[in-house]
Design a protein around this ligand. Structure first.
Ligand SMILES: [Zn+2]
Ligand SMILES: [Zn+2]
Length: 59
């Protein structure tokens, strides 16, 4: 009953750090549209991400 706050779950998909208040990139999974966030560091390094919802992997 208390799991409805998705705003507090913003963390980098690649390294898992909390990216609230940082210049992280936000985009949607091309497969399922799941909201994905990636921190500036991982974006620079073009780290792979994996959608937690459908398992899609992308650069
Ligand atoms: Zn990261
Ligand atoms: Zn997905």
């Amino acid at each position: 009953m208390s799991e409805s706050r998705q705003e507090s779950r913003r963390k980098c998909i690649s390294c898992g750090i909390n990216i609230a208040g940082t210049s992280a990139a936000a985009f949607n999974c091309p497969e399922c549209g799941h909201g994905i966030y990636r921190c500036a560091k991982c974006r620079k390094q073009s780290n792979l991400y994996e959608c937690p919802d459908c398992g899609f992997r992308g650069p």
